[in-house]
Write a protein that binds this ligand. Structure first.
Ligand code: RIB
Ligand code: CA
Length: 320
């Protein structure tokens, strides 16, 4: 049976890659997209999610979620400098072909989890705000979901919005803390910068996607040009221009978990000014555990990945 997944997303170029990858994968059934602020304002996330479904020619429900963080008194800021004014590399696209689904993101997640108890995997690749709201609305949700996979955080490596914080967690550390402090039927999987920065995508790789799939591949290749330009500025000493499709790694984990190596541990999220959004990870193997961490639910953090295998999986999906 195909695995039912909901992607909670803020598209975003790498979000687009994750959505296309999941939609192309024969073993996954993408039953909905829920949107959140993050790379772009939430209204734009919704429009972009519908536009991506239009490119795929799929009528997947798209439900709008949170426009601001779960906690704290912080106005959201967006990453247009990474993803373009329209969030999709400034590629001109027709307006969305349809309206969003009337259900809120949190309502949709809960409704699907109740309709298919134990079958739905929730893949969160934006700030964790919608997931936190859904947990508030339905306390049984953690046991109704099959599992939760999060692209976010940096367990053993530095951050990407500050020396210590990864963007999705930095956008809403309060929501993240709630999601990490919840016990699920299976331990939550964290796909953080430890693995997403270990898989680079070259200009040649993106050209190849276009050859393999003239519709979605050509869109991704164009969008990736803008994204690659951003990464060339960040990594000025790189040998060749590349980009990083962070969110797609969460889908790769679901398709083939064996290409990653994991460690069980506990996560806390900082909210003080300097360390805002930092995910500090402590393994379960510490013989002298600190209760501020060891009292938390166990999460499984991906720390290593076979980068060639991820690229192969994506190319295979684009060739179908
Ligand atoms: O840090 C990478 C994450 O932040 C990805 O989800 C990307 O889309 C941005 O939101
Ligand atoms: Ca994202």
């Amino acid at each position: 049976m195909k695995e039912k997944i909901i992607i909670d997303t803020d598209p975003g170029i790498d979000d687009a890659m994750a959505i296309f990858f999941a939609s192309q994968s024969p073993n996954l059934d993408l039953i909905g997209l829920t949107t959140v602020f993050g790379n772009v304002p939430v209204e734009m996330s919704t429009d972009n999610a519908i536009r991506l479904c239009d490119i795929l020619k799929k009528d997947i429900p798209v439900c709008t979620g949170a426009g601001k963080p779960y906690g704290g008194d912080v106005e959201p800021s967006f990453a247009h400098f990474v993803h373009g004014d329209n969030g999709l590399g400034n590629i001109e696209l027709p307006p969305p072909s349809r309206q969003e689904d009337p259900r809120s993101a949190a309502e949709f997640i809960i409704e699907m989890a109740k309709k298919y108890p134990g079958e739905v995997t929730l893949v969160a690749v934006g700030p964790l705000t919608n997931v936190a709201h859904a947990l508030d609305l339905e306390p049984e949700l953690p046991n109704l979901l099959k599992r939760v996979v999060v692209m976010g955080g940096a367990a053993r490596v530095k951050g990407n919005v500050s020396p210590v914080a990864e963007a999705n967690i930095w956008n809403d550390p309060y929501g993240a803390e709630k999601v990490f402090a919840t016990e699920y039927a299976k331990p939550l999987t964290l796909i953080g910068l430890d693995v997403t920065y270990a898989v680079s995508f070259s200009v040649e790789f993106n050209d190849k996607l276009e050859q393999l799939n003239p519709v979605i591949g050509s869109f991704m290749n164009k969008a990736a040009k803008f994204y690659t330009k951003f990464y060339s500025e960040v990594f000025q000493n790189a040998k060749e221009p590349v980009c990083y499709f962070h969110d797609a790694l969460a889908i790769a984990h679901i398709i083939n978990p064996d290409i990653f190596q994991y460690q069980d541990g506990y996560i806390r999220v900082s909210k003080d000014e300097l360390c805002y959004g930092q995910t500090s990870f402590e393994g379960t193997d510490n013989p002298m555990p600190n209760p501020a961490w060891s009292s938390q639910p166990i999460v499984s953090a991906a720390l290593k990945v076979n980068d060639d295998k991820v690229r192969d999986l994506i190319q295979e999906a684009y060739s179908l």
